[in-house]
Every structure is written in C-alpha cells, then in structure tokens.
Design a protein around this ligand. Sequence first.
Ligand SMILES: Nc1nc2c(c(=O)[nH]1)N[C@H]1C(S)=C(S)[C@@H](COP(=O)(O)OP(=O)(O)OC[C@H]3O[C@@H](n4cnc5c(=O)[nH]c(N)nc54)[C@H](O)[C@@H]3O)O[C@H]1N2
Ligand SMILES: Nc1nc2c(c(=O)[nH]1)N[C@H]1C(S)=C(S)[C@@H](COP(=O)(O)OP(=O)(O)OC[C@H]3O[C@@H](n4cnc5c(=O)[nH]c(N)nc54)[C@H](O)[C@@H]3O)O[C@H]1N2
Ligand code: SF4
Ligand SMILES: [Mo]
Length: 670
Amino acid sequence: MPVITRSVCPYDCPDACGLLVTVNRGRAVAVCGDPDHPITKGFLCPKMAQYERTVHSPRRLTTPLRRTGAKGSGQFESISWDVALELITDRWRHIIASHGAEAILPYSYAGTMGLIQRNAGHPFFHKLGASRLERTICSPAKDAGWKALMGDSPAMDPAEISDSDLIILWGINAAATSIHAMADAQKARKKGARLYCIDTYRTPTCDAADEALLIRPGSDGALALALMHVMAQEGLTDAGFIADNVRGYEKLAADILPDYSPERAATLCGIPADTIRRLAREYAAARAPFIRLGSGLTRYGNGAMTVRTISCLPAVTGAWNRPGGGIFLGTATGGAFPLSLVTREDFMARETRPISMNQLGAALTELSDPPIQSLFVYHSNPAAIAPDQNTVIRGLEREDLFTVVHERFLTDTARYADIVVPATSSLEHSDLYRCYGSYHAQRCHAVIPPVGEAKSNWQLFALLAKHMGWDEPFFQQTADELIEQLLTDDSPWRSPEVTERLRQGEPVLLTPPTPLKQAWLTPTGKIEIHNERESEPLPRLLPTHAANDGYPLRLQPAATPFALNSSFYEQDGLRDRQKCMILLMNRSDAELRGLIDGTTVSVENDRGKVRFTLEISERTAPGTVVTEGVWWREFIAGDRGVNALTSQRLTDGGRGSTLYDVTVEVRSVS
Ligand SMILES: Nc1nc2c(c(=O)[nH]1)N[C@H]1C(S)=C(S)[C@@H](COP(=O)(O)OP(=O)(O)OC[C@H]3O[C@@H](n4cnc5c(=O)[nH]c(N)nc54)[C@H](O)[C@@H]3O)O[C@H]1N2
Ligand SMILES: Nc1nc2c(c(=O)[nH]1)N[C@H]1C(S)=C(S)[C@@H](COP(=O)(O)OP(=O)(O)OC[C@H]3O[C@@H](n4cnc5c(=O)[nH]c(N)nc54)[C@H](O)[C@@H]3O)O[C@H]1N2
Ligand code: SF4
Ligand SMILES: [Mo]
C-alpha cells in the first residue's frame, strides 16, 4: 500500500517547501506540495513537481568509484566503501605529514540546505585543521549592504506584501526563483496594488508586472539616488520619520543627491528621466510601498553599495511606518537553533587559512605555502558553478591534486575526481530546515531507504572520522541525535509547543525575538544613511568591475525556472524545456554583427570562449545579452559553460561573487 509522508524541499530556494511524498515499496512514486504548509499552499515549482525523477534517476551514483581514465574523462571503476575510505584517509595522512593539513581544502555550498547535512563537514575539517572555505558565492554583498545601513535589524515579515499598494520586484526573477512570493505579489495586485519589476532583461516576472523597467546592468544605484533626488526636490520625503529614525539624510541630500538628477541618472542607467520622476512621485505617494530586493543586482563590484542605496528608499519616505511598507531582502533565522553544536568551531586547534569559494581557480593554480594538495567537494558543483571555469578546470586537471567528490550524480566536478562517493538525496536522510524567504522551519525524517550504497553527508563524515582513528563520541552520533540537541535548547524563537510540533514534522512559524520594523539595531539606534564606519560613509554610485574590461556587451548569466543553478539537469523533461544553452540577443546587436537566429555563436572575453545557440529576442535591450541556467558539460555543444566567461573578482562588501559583472563580444562560428 502506498504511504504518504511529509518531507521538505532541500534546495537553495527561499521557500523550503513542505512536500507530501507518496512511497510504494521503498520507492518515492509521487511528490506534491503540502496544502497545509503556510508558504507552499499545495503548489510546487516545475523542478520539484517530479522530484521522484531526480531521486530515482538512472543517473544516480550507487557505489563509490575510483578513477581509471584521465582527469575529466569520466572513466571510473566501482570500489567498496571501505576501500574508498582507506584511500582517502591514507592520502590525507601523507599530505598532512608532508604539507600540513591546510593543504586540504573542503568545498561545499548549497546542494542541501538542511542544518545537519549542509554543515556536516565543518566539525570534521575543523578538527583536521584543513583550510577553511569562505562560503560567499551567493548573498554576502546583500548582507553587507543591509548591515551598512540597517545594522542587525531583522527583516520585515514578507507576508506584509499583501497590505502593500505599490510593489517593486527589484533585481529578482520571482516567477522563476521565488514562486510563492510571486503569487503573493499577484494576489496583492489583484487587490489593487501596482506592480513594478526592475530587471536587466524582460523576464517572466516582468511579463506579470504592470510595468517593467529595463535597467543597464550594475546601475541601480543611480536610479535609487535619482528617485531620492526627485523626492528631496519636490518635498516628498517624510521629515518626521527622518527626524526620529534616520541619521545622515541631510548629508546625503546636500553632498550626493544634487549629482543625480533624473536626466543624469538616465544616461547612467538607461531609464528615461520622465519615468524616473513618475516612479519617484508614485513611490512617495503610495501608502505602503513594498520592495522585494533580489540577488541579481548584488553580484557586481558595486553590489553591496547598490543594496545599501536602494534600502534607503523606505527610510526617506517613512514607508517603514506603515503595514505593508518597507523593503525585504531575506530573513536571517540563525538564532533559532544553536548551530555551533553542529559546526563545532571549537574543534579548530587554531584559526586556519580562509580561502574564498569565488577564487577556487586561483587557490588551485596559484596558492603556495602550502599549495592545495587535496580538494574535497560535497554538495556543490564548482567545475560548473564557480566563476572563471577555465582556471578552475586547469586546477582540477593537476595530476598532483587529490580530488574527492561526494555526489548524487556524475557532475562536471565529479568527472575530475580521483574518488567519487555516492550521496543520498533528501528523501533518504533526516534533517532540520529553516528558510530565508520567511520565518518557517520544519524537520523531516528519511522517507525511503538509501538508493544503492549512498550515504548522507553526516554519515560520510562519521565514517571518515572513524577511518582517521578519531574516537570522539561526537562523530558517533546520528543525525537524528544531533537534531534533537538543536531542538532541546530553549530559544526565544520558539515556545515548547512550537518545538514539539517541529519534532512531529509539522511546518512551524519561528518568532524573531526583536520586534520587526520597530527598533533599528544599529550602534546609533537609527537607520544610518551616513555611516562613518564604512570606507564610503554615504551612498553614491560606484563603478562595476567590467565597465573597463573593453568588451561591448553586458552578459547576464541568469536563472531558469527549469533548473536550480546546476541542479536538475538530470531530469530529461526539465532539460528539454530549456532546449539548449541559448544566448538571447537584441536584433540590433545581432544585425550589427551579422549574426543569424538559431546559429551557433562564440561568446568571448579575456577569460574564455563559450558556444551558445543564438536566439534573437526583444526580451533583451541593446547592449545586454542573456543566458539562463548553468548547464552540465555533457549536454552542451562546446566544452565550456557560461562560467568560463565570469570572473573571480569580488564585491565591494562581503567578498561575494560578481557573476553578473561581465562583458563580452559575440561572433559567428563559421
Ligand atoms: N528556478 C530557479 N530558482 C532559483 C535558482 C535557480 O537557479 N533557478 N537559484 C536559487 C538561488 S541559489 C538564488 S541565490 C536565488 C536567486 O534569485 P534572484 O534573487 O531572483 O536572483 P537572480 O536570479 O540571480 O537575479 C534576479 C534578476 O536580476 C537581474 N539582474 C541582474 N543584474 C541586475 C542589475 O544590475 N539590476 C537589476 N535590477 N537586475 C539585475 C537578472 O537578470 C535576474 O532576472 O534563486 C534561487 N532559486
Ligand atoms: N553562471 C551562473 N553561475 C552561478 C549562478 C548563476 O545564477 N549563474 N548562481 C550562483 C549561486 S547564487 C549559487 S548559490 C551557486 C550554487 O552552487 P552549488 O551550491 O554548487 O549548487 P548546485 O549547482 O545546485 O550543485 C549542488 C550539488 O549538490 C549535490 N547534492 C544535492 N544534495 C546533496 C547531498 O545531500 N549531499 C551531497 N554530497 N551532494 C548533494 C547535487 O547533486 C548538485 O550537484 O552557484 C552560483 N553560480
Ligand atoms: S525549489 Fe523552491 S519553490 Fe521549488 S519546491 Fe523547492 S522550495 Fe518550493
Ligand atoms: Mo544562491
């Protein structure tokens, strides 16, 4: 008899949806959205609607593998777990003896977001004394920009969007990346809210908005400053709110805003001056304007400053004071569970060397003292997702580099491994999930047995600890025991009743201990538009990195609704919906270069050359080309993906990635 069990979507998405999984004879046969989950409300994105096809994909890795061909060739033989663990730990003992443990680099990110499995390697590598990875590919510039203005103030409740009368989806492709936020925005729109979308190309989110503004990549700071310029000039700011809550607005108005007239901003950001004026007046006149800020605009050399500048808007208009008004970047629920019980920084004998995950290429090819001798990758696919793919691959090809990959599939990265070990999917292990799009949390158990000989991240590190000869009881615990420790601790975020419901596997709402939108947790207690602790004390437009690279077209390596970064390419149906690795280009740019729709083109810059199929499209503005998705190499025409064009340069705050800060030239391939 089929049984239906609750689970949680493990992927790096703001929603952490509640799942109902139908299991028959140890196999997941259907997956649907939990109608009782307050965010999911019974509907899933197209990626997860057939999750069973990922879980039981014929491409799943089922045994440990040892490389038999050249690095990257994908030739392997099956070996036992015992042999794999011995090979790994033997080699590490030699490396530690000759180079020290910092010659070992763990690389992990967000294949699974569960608190136990995601962080399972931390205690192991802390005790080993390995180099430490700065896990900064995604949102640190967002955090840095927010912090510079708002300090530790918590995010507003995103559900307030339903009270808003003017919504701006800014640098977020919510129709693809935050489908439940998109649904909420549409519901508010039906109630009368006006919906704007500000993006660099016409996404499905733009199509669903009342008005879409297409902006030049990396120039949103100019738009935000010009909006404030108009508000200042026309007396549209909220002087009372500013006097009580804001520090340094007068300095901004005197020293910076005069430089950003709508006319000047129009030349910088490409949005007409009249449109800027109209938006400024509408925004200021709205009762409760709500901005949902995405990550697109943060991935530039000026990303943190852009976030900080846009986040000034609800402060100068006093939008924070009204239900539905404010800006939402994402929730931070780190305090809800004592995560240090999992990550165990105290296992580190001393602070070890930090290495940016955005600069893996440089780490593998340039670092000395000690050079990286072993790379251990788990729940990440750096050969595909990390910037500057050519340098990353040059590193992975090093004969003297001992690479181990723990994976569900033979990814681009796994193809370069010396040893591959099979990983469970989320339906095969326990975990505890919180999310960054709302204040929900949920715990789940395995609903099916492991596929083949797959082991969870937690089990893998327990086994590695055993093979290292470590006998601490910590590494002998099960994931369930560790989850129970996270739940046992009292926390102001959850009452005993909420904790009990979590234990039972129900989705619950966590309660942030500080009241939202009421107290500004900055050193001065005010929103700090002027912040002298920053190297730039006031918001202003900073340049992007690629502005001076000397290539004429801006490249946007954007998200697709049918994959999540490089995940989900194992599902044939989802891949078919993306067709192939496409480059969207405006007709005028194509004509200028004599490029023909449907043909193969080469996209080039100093870092690489990548082949795409050209699609001439009015979805992109002249000067900007777009590709969606992070394809696996086995499914593309050339031998490099989009990240052969992106760079290892970092953001202005938070040392984040600058994946959108890219310029290129495009040629036909004859
Ligand atoms: N379907 C799907 N869902 C996903 C993902 C996925 O790959 N696919 N990825 C997940 C992850 S890890 C993350 S971090 C989130 C990211 O989700 P989002 O926050 O939506 O971020 P992006 O999709 O990177 O970028 C959003 C939009 O910003 C635009 N953009 C780029 N540069 C600029 C700019 O300078 N100004 C403005 N205004 N817009 C700009 C891009 O064209 C894009 O349409 O989504 C998560 N959800
Ligand atoms: N061009 C371009 N590059 C990008 C982006 C982009 O939009 N465009 N987005 C960037 C962003 S925002 C992010 S967050 C990063 C994401 O980069 P990653 O975190 O590397 O994300 P994925 O590409 O989803 O790869 C995750 C891998 O983990 C594996 N996995 C899943 N569950 C488990 C598990 O339980 N255990 C183990 N061991 N493995 C598991 C999956 O099979 C998958 O291969 O990519 C970045 N790179
Ligand atoms: S990827 Fe996001 S929208 Fe899709 S099921 Fe998972 S949490 Fe929900
Ligand atoms: Mo991300």
